[in-house]
Design a binder for this molecule. Structure first.
Ligand code: CA
Length: 225
């Protein structure tokens, strides 16, 4: 899951980024309106949610939303704002924000709102299965024949990405962008390390892995239905 934070107050941006990374999100941060808009427009398909400060140097949060909504209506956007008159809130929502949160806010409140919006925006199930493996996104659990499997945050994010794309080949460059948030030409062999770890935890001894290697391209979980 990938998130964009556009916030010019670095203490707030860092506070959100650290919390979101701990929750397993890949996080991008922009500290002014123009950079935020460029990142958003260039990667609109990659982000699962955008957190947008209202008062920003260069381009306001409202201008960014209006421009983004011309090309994309789906992506959830939460406005971060010190403004709190009813008129301001209505204006923000009418401009295309899905929700707003008033500063100062607690990380828990922000996270809860992000999760609500992501659930609304999700198409498809919150429980994924492949052979004897079951992943429950809401409970954040993975089981194998109903036995709990302990995964790290990155292992969980990688497995979730593969399961959401079950039946399709997941390219290494997409995996590294979506799960690790790395966009430049990067030695992506880190993926292999995590795939091996997942296979050790998920696969039955002696039977084929649930994760298939597609040589030279990436990985895939077969759609058995
Ligand atoms: Ca600001």
């Amino acid at each position: 899951m990938r998130i964009l934070i556009v916030e010019d107050e670095s203490s707030i941006a860092n506070f959100i980024r650290d919390g979101m990374e701990e929750e397993g999100f890949a996080v991008d941060v922009a500290s002014n309106g123009k950079d935020g808009y460029s990142l958003a427009i260039d990667n609109i398909e990659e982000y699962d949610v955008i957190l947008l400060d209202w008062m920003l140097p260069g381009m306001s949060g409202i201008e960014i939303i209006r421009n983004l909504r011309i090309v994309n209506n789906e992506i959830p956007i939460i406005l971060l704002t010190a403004k709190d008159s009813v008129d301001d809130v209505v204006f923000g929502l009418e401009s295309g924000a899905n929700d707003y949160i008033r500063k100062p806010f607690s990380f828990e409140e922000l996270l809860a709102r992000v999760r609500v919006l992501m659930r609304k925006n999700e198409t498809g199930p919150v429980i994924f299965t492949a052979k004897d493996i079951e992943m429950d996104i809401e409970k954040h659990t993975v089981t194998h024949n109903e036995n709990h499997i302990d995964l790290t945050q990155k292992e969980f994010a990688l497995l979730e990405y593969l399961l959401r794309n079950k039946g399709k080949v997941c390219r290494r460059t997409r995996i590294i962008a979506k799960v690790w948030n790395i966009h430049f030409d990067y030695d992506n062999s880190v993926i292999d390390v995590y795939i091996n770890a997942l296979r050790k935890k998920l696969d039955d001894h002696g039977s084929p892995s649930i994760i298939t290697t597609v040589r030279g391209i990436g990985y895939k979980i077969e759609d058995e239905e």
